[in-house]
Design a protein around this ligand. Structure first.
Ligand code: GDP
Ligand code: MG
Length: 166
């Protein structure tokens, strides 16, 4: 089994952190500053029974200039070529315009999209359901999976689910 998995989401939701955890080596550039990971950065996870190529896909946000517009189009083209998409959100922030922009573009992409609620270590479990309620009807998500990319909670479960998808 093998396949390509794209990770998208607003700046600072934890895309690079997730990449670094699953790949086990520092590949993506991590920073508190948004949009540091400008290029398409790939990492390969090789398991005994599966291989997954992860693509950190930054740059899907409202463009402020023409180069930005090109970057958004490039990112969307990438999404059309993968086997699964992880749409990552921040467990301690609500639905916002940045999410809306990405989900609008996802309408035209006919691929399974998983809602990944990251940073669950920062919130009380009771806060998760109301947050998920804000998102769950905004797209036809294949599954909703809460994780902590930083601490590793539920990351193996996510990888198992993805493996089944390949
Ligand atoms: P990106 O812009 O989506 O690539 O986000 P980064 O991976 O660069 O992460 C942005 C910030 O969030 C960094 O300071 C990370 O350490 C932090 N972060 C990422 N994942 C988690 C998590 O699961 N829990 C917590 N508490 N912080 C996280
Ligand atoms: Mg990043």
């Amino acid at each position: 089994k093998s396949g390509f998995i794209a990770i998208i989401g607003r700046p600072n939701v934890g895309k690079s952190t997730f990449m670094n955890r699953v790949i086990g080596q520092k590949i993506a550039i991590m920073s508190d500053k948004p949009q540091t990971t400008r290029n398409k950065i790939q990492g390969v996870l090789t398991l005994p029974d599966a291989q997954m190529v992860f693509i950190d896909t930054p740059g899907i946000h409202k463009p402020k200039h023409q180069l930005g517009d090109f970057m958004v189009k490039t990112a969307i083209n990438t999404l059309n070529e993968v086997d699964a998409i992880l749409f990552m959100i921040n467990a301690d922030e609500g639905y916002g315009k940045g999410d809306q922009f990405i989900l609008d573009r996802l309408q035209k992409v006919n691929k399974p999209v998983y809602l990944i609620v990251n940073k669950i270590d920062l919130v009380h479990p009771d806060e998760l359901l109301p947050l998920i309620d804000q998102y769950k009807d905004k797209h036809n998500f294949k599954e909703i999976i809460p994780i902590s990319a930083l601490q590793g909670n539920n990351v193996n479960h996510l990888l198992d689910v993805l493996k089944e998808q390949l």
